[in-house]
Design a protein around this ligand. Structure first.
Ligand code: SF4
Length: 452
């Protein structure tokens, strides 16, 4: 009998990606073949996203396509947890012929559905699965999910209703996974969650164990331990989704000593205290500008990336201007911006003062123009510097077109370093290795560098 084959389509954010990796790892451990296409698959799993309306549409279309191409489809992920009209399950209402539907982080339920519709092969080659699991990212970087869910109730967000309250993974498990990833060749570990600074709150910062020693389930201790694990491998640790709580002040000195990358992804969403209150943002009472300035004083290399929403309901001209001033004064290195768009089921839909689409779009465009001005000026300061670059793709034949990233660039969301042919003809660049590069120019959001 031929080995049963499962086609897998992974949509959505890095948190969804880690769910996909867990399912793929389990499938391989049980001896199933996996593939990224529908070709020859006995069944297809679609991991969906349900965050904004475009993502919902893309997920529903993908399910429809998988049904048309293959016919046997299991749906998992955020969209799987969404209600449709009249309270039923949205996916089932739109695509009644799917075999099973689960919400996010449901490896066990997905595997049960797979077993029901495609029995397990008899001779699983368990030993062939690497300890680090199956990764969807290139071999040299990996996402490490430290918790699920969120205790906040931001008015524009429906994630807590889909993923539930914060559940932190035991610190020992997280560190064990990190160790296996570094030993498996990962050179950059990206820590993700809905709220990284809240890690361990649900467990009252309980003390766990790793390698026979006690470690508190708390961001500071976790980051310290990750830095120690990364060091012998010369690997990077990068933190995402950190809120500007006072506790982050303790992590910044670790960045100054190089234990973790001096990079913080802080989703501020806005700067004006009244808008932040209407958004019910975590740490909305904090003095964000002063906090960033203090972080920069403690760690001058610090790069801050953030996302913002322009045109939130009730946003006045003065509040929007406050946001533009903030981006300039805080010198946000990398900023993304969405024009506010109502999400079905979000509390913000009831906030008075919805702005017309043109105003929201126009504010987004104005925001991006300011953000780009700030970002370009900061990039240009790098010209002449020599920086460590992680090579994502090596120059091909003809020695053109290598691409890498510095500590200032997270994969997929930030810029890159376009690598010119190395100064020394004998120098070989390899994907997943570090090189030093002299920065000679900028190109939009990217740097241009010569490997030395
Ligand atoms: S912090 Fe706010 S935006 Fe982020 S997941 Fe929680 S509720 Fe949603």
């Amino acid at each position: 009998m031929s080995t049963p084959k499962v086609g897998f389509v992974s949509l959505g954010c890095p948190k969804a990606l880690t769910d996909s990796e867990l399912i793929l790892t389990q499938l391989s451990a049980e001896g199933y073949q996996t593939s990224k296409t529908y070709d020859g698959a006995d069944l297809v799993i679609v991991n969906t996203c349900g965050f904004i309306d475009d993502a919902v549409r893309e997920s529903l279309d993908t399910i429809g396509e998988a049904l048309a191409e293959n016919g046997k489809v299991i749906v998992t992920g955020c969209l799987g947890a969404r209600e449709g009209e009249g309270g039923g399950n949205l996916v089932r209402q739109m695509h009644p012929s799917v075999l099973a539907v689960t919400g996010p982080h449901a490896t066990h339920e997905v595997m049960e559905a797979v077993h029901t519709h495609l029995p397990k092969p008899h001779d699983p080659f368990t030993d062939l699965v690497p300890a680090a699991g199956i990764k969807l990212t290139p071999r040299h970087y990996a996402y490490l999910k430290i918790s699920e869910g969120c205790n906040h109730r931001c008015t524009f967000c429906i994630i807590p209703s889909m993923r539930g309250d914060l559940v932190s993974r035991p610190v020992g498990d997280v560190l064990k996974e990190a160790k296996a990833l570094f030993e498996g060749g990962v050179k950059e570990l990206l820590v993700v969650s809905q709220d990284t600074s809240a890690y361990g709150v649900d467990l009252k910062y309980r003390t766990g164990f790793f390698d026979g020693r006690p470690v508190k389930t708390r961001m500071l201790e976790l980051v310290q331990a990750l830095g120690e694990l990364a060091e012998p491998h010369g690997a990077w640790v990068r933190l995402h989704y950190v809120y500007p709580y006072p506790s982050v002040d303790e992590v910044v000195p670790l960045m100054a000593t190089g234990r973790v990358l001096p990079y913080l992804d802080v989703p501020f969403q806005h700067s004006h205290p009244d808008v932040l209150k209407r958004m019910k943002r975590p740490a909305s009472g904090e003095r964000n500008l002063e906090r960033i300035q203090a972080w920069r004083a403690a760690c001058p290399e610090l790069v801050v990336r953030s996302t913002f929403i322009a045109g939130f309901p009730g946003e006045t001209d003065a509040e929007f201007q406050h946001l533009l001033d903030f981006v300039r004064e805080a010198k946000i290195d990398r900023a993304g911006c969405f024009a506010y768009s109502p999400v079905e089921g979000a509390a913000a839909n009831d906030i008075p003062g919805m702005l017309p689409t043109e105003v929201r779009e126009e504010r987004r465009a104005r925001f991006m123009a300011v953000a780009e001005e700030v970002s370009t000026a900061k990039l240009r300061e790098r010209i002449g510097a020599t920086m460590q670059v992680l090579v994502d793709s090596a120059p091909g034949l003809g020695r053109k077109g290598g691409v890498g990233r510095t500590y200032a660039d997270a994969p997929e969301i930030d810029g890159t370093v376009r690598l010119l042919p190395p100064e020394k003809i004998s120098k070989q660049l390899k994907v997943g290795e570090f090189t030093r590069a002299r920065i000679v120019d900028t190109q939009g959001h990217d740097l241009v560098g010569v490997p030395i």
